[in-house]
Write a protein that binds this ligand. Sequence first.
Ligand code: NOJ
Length: 560
Amino acid sequence: MTARRSADPAWWQTGVVYQVYPRSFADANGDGVGDLAGIIQHLDHLADGTADSLGVDAIWLSPIYPSPDFDFGYDVADYVGVDPKFGTLADFDRLVEACHGRGIKVILDLVLNHSSHLHPWFESSRASRTGPHADWYIWRDSPGRTKAGRRRPPNNWRGFFGGPAWTWDEGRGQFYLHTFLPQQPDLNWRSTGARAAILDVVRTWLGRGADGFRLDVFNTFLKDAALRSNPRRPGGRGWGAQVHLHDRNQPELVGALAELRAVVDERPGRMTVGELFDGSAADAAAYAAPGHLVFDFGWLGLPWSAAAFREAILRRDAAFGPTVWPANVLSNHDQPRHAGRFDLLPGGEPSLGDARAKVAATLLLTQRGTPFLYYGEEIAMRDLVIPNAQAFDPQARRSSPRAPAWNRDQARGPMPWRGGHGGGFSGGVPWLPLPPDHEVRNVERQASDPDSVLSLYRRLLSLRRATPALVRGTQELVDVDDPEVLAYRRAADGRSALVALNFASRPAHIRLPVPAPGGPWRIALATHPRQGRDALGEALGEGIGETAILAPLEALIAYD
Ligand code: NOJ
């Protein structure tokens, strides 16, 4: 096995990150829930140093800490432990060792805006107004009663999952704040004690070998000191009925992030990636820092349209400029999976879904920035169909006609490794059903099909690794005379790569830009078979002149 790039200080910039949702990745002990041992068993899929694996550089584990699972791990009851359903701290150490042995970095999900209501810090905080944790959460008296005799909350803030952001605690005789569920009380980042304890959590995991952290909803860590009410947003519903002026993006956040990042920076080569909650590309750029990425979720809601992606890329490039490094993402555990999303769009034909997934993969893995893959996207996994009435997801369970919410369980289905009972995910009964097409759409099957989505991901990752222009090159959008083709040129070290993505379900005749030193563009990858092979019989290298024809939904990469 080669040493790969693990010694590279900027691995967070050059690498590809793979998000594992531990409950759904692989279940080693047969209880129906994925676990750390299951992840260890499947590391070959992620990176085994050969072309028979994806070759990712890092994994991000959604929360693995003890949790009562009101929000599936995003309600943490012990920040420095491992939930028994996932294994033990010793399993975590084994996982880190196994990953590091393969050159894979390990990124943990830190949920530092709120804990579980069952965390001992909150239990102690709610028990006494004078105890050691009294100010670790955000408590306020009620300003009085409504005409109907109900206690009025301290302000008008809403919880993201519906209802007020304040819950009355009988014992303490005060309201506490929760941006999400009542079972997820917000930590008070203005409390010196709480902040020191939070930073200790970060130190603990760094000491245990974590290479970085995904910071859950980092831009809500600080709230307005005076807890002023938010202005109303006319016509909005639920969370969208307010302008979130005072419950996120506060000026003091910058100092808090600097403190947290300084702890991470004590260990060279560690990083963070922040989940920007409800923000723009400009917000993402403003909060990013060297070694500290911020997701720009601008691509998640886009329709299947070259023009829409072109605009989003221009908007992002304008906000990020040449120095801020983007974190690119098409799917995650909170959103409909993109392969299905692009099928279901107006005019979407499911039979073309895999072709679209291939175009999307080429975009994700060749755009400037660090690509984040979501488990299952490498086989173009689709969402499960689970009605809200049967949901585990609290967001869906609290959905109402006035504030409808999507059921996130649907994007969290068990990974189908192979056909047959349990799909290679579990020997028991999986906590969510396997995708109905798992007999035909699974890792084993796609691994043996050179034209599968999985084969394309493997190839794209290996091409990317070998091509400095794709990893760290500049990027410039290119007009190829067809509005349904998104094209761009990446350049580094005097060499260029041209990427052309045909979003249309018809062939596209495109005009190519003149390659840098004047030679012809040579095709390095095409998702449809051509004369010189590929899709993915490989070879190619075939030169193309000033014009080219792209097949319907074809993605093409050419080098000068
Ligand atoms: C964002 C996470 O991605 C989501 O899954 C979770 O429900 C909320 N933060 C609350 O932690």
